[in-house]
Design a protein around this ligand. Sequence first.
Ligand SMILES: [Zn+2]
Ligand SMILES: [Zn+2]
Length: 250
Amino acid sequence: MNNPLIKEGMLSLFFPKRCRFCNNVIDFRLYECKKCAESIDKITGEICLLCGFVKKECFCLGHKHYYKAIAAPFYYEGAAGKVIRRLKHTKDEKAVELFAEEMARIFDENFSNLAYDFITSVPLSKKSYNSRGYNQAELLAKEFAKEVKLPYKETLIKSYETEAQHTLSKTERTGNLIGIFEPFIGDISKGKRIVLVDDVKTTGTTLNECAKTLLIAGAEEVICICAAITKNDKTGSTNSKKTKAITKYI
Ligand SMILES: [Zn+2]
Ligand SMILES: [Zn+2]
């Protein structure tokens, strides 16, 4: 039996291949089931590194942040969004591997010619960490670090609990987070080029505050890699069409 396809087909009789997103049994030649494949909004091709959107869908108008650039493999939609939401409540190692592989893909596509010192992640407060038992951003960051062969380092502490960001307006979101992150160890970030990881970017306020804290702690540069980016934040992001229209007339 030298034909690898026949061999794989035979094996799938005993060990059926499963969809990477929903875990349903699929044809052994595929990676995702048809339903998931149709709902996934993958980010590929030329992207705007200021907001992470595909260039032709970018609404950021060149607005700069403390982080130098951002990229994610998926929009927070369909099957990818569903798995990330599940990851907030269920520690699913397969899902972490899947996203880490895709995060490595988008990292290689956009930053492979640049050198970075280590990977870090957006922290949870002690209270949230203890009630959840893990930090999904940290799980993603550690697996992603293995994929891109860079060390993982803990750099930040979230000093206290805040109201959930998605319940607040954009102005409240920024105020809600000012001064909330602190360096974990004083000079770990000094002079370093850091890749900051989170599960989802909504307005980018959390990532921006973390990046600011790392820069204050002496980091040379911070870029962000997320598992997904919210496509249309209806609570007042610069990504929303309405905000874009208003901005145009100011
Ligand atoms: Zn599926
Ligand atoms: Zn943009």
